[in-house]
Design a protein around this ligand. Sequence first.
Ligand SMILES: [Cu+2]
Length: 236
Amino acid sequence: MAGVTPLYDAIWDDYILWSLFVGAIAFGWLYHHSYFYRSEDGESPNVDNLKVGVFPKEYDNLRLEVTWTVLPFILIVWLTYISWAPLDAVWSETGPDGFHGSECQEGESSENYIDAGGYVRSSCYHDLGITGQQWFWEFDCYELSEDICSTGYATVEGELKPLLTLKTGETYLATMDSIDVTHAVKNSGFGIMEDVVPGQITYLWMPAVEDTSFLMLCAEYCGDNHAYMTAQITVE
Ligand SMILES: [Cu+2]
């Protein structure tokens, strides 16, 4: 997957691993106790003589409570910390301080690549436009040449959908708006998502690092045909 940065793939793996680990402890503990502490036949189910409204303080275990409060807290802080890492790539500024330089001159190529830290870098980028409306997407390649950016239609599950064809190795900065309600561009192939808001311009980096083809979806519920608000993006 050619995300804005492969760092996303690493974070995905981290989150899945931690979810499995925490899930195994939580459900293992739950099922173990559910079976191990069941009352035997004929035994009073209330062996501890618990009374409604009275907390059984004699069963307090401070060490246990501190442990299951502090450990998950540390884990959450850690997961938050590692998910911060790629945000500067998602919201990279333009110009020399950003990851993708300034706008390409005519004939210039982005020559993007993935650096040792897992970030996509480009020598320059191309501008394009995305407009959302109920219930389709509109692409605009502005002045870009056909081989770098072209629009058309693709047949997706028997229906004609907008098609955006981009070039491998080029990096694009989408300028986006909506003419009616809030939508959201979800480009799973790039690993990114951004809202499209009426009366407000939002931006989205789309670094086309490798050949791919995927459906761009709307990720913000926008009415009856929200689920069919798709377009195809092909990088070749
Ligand atoms: Cu929508």
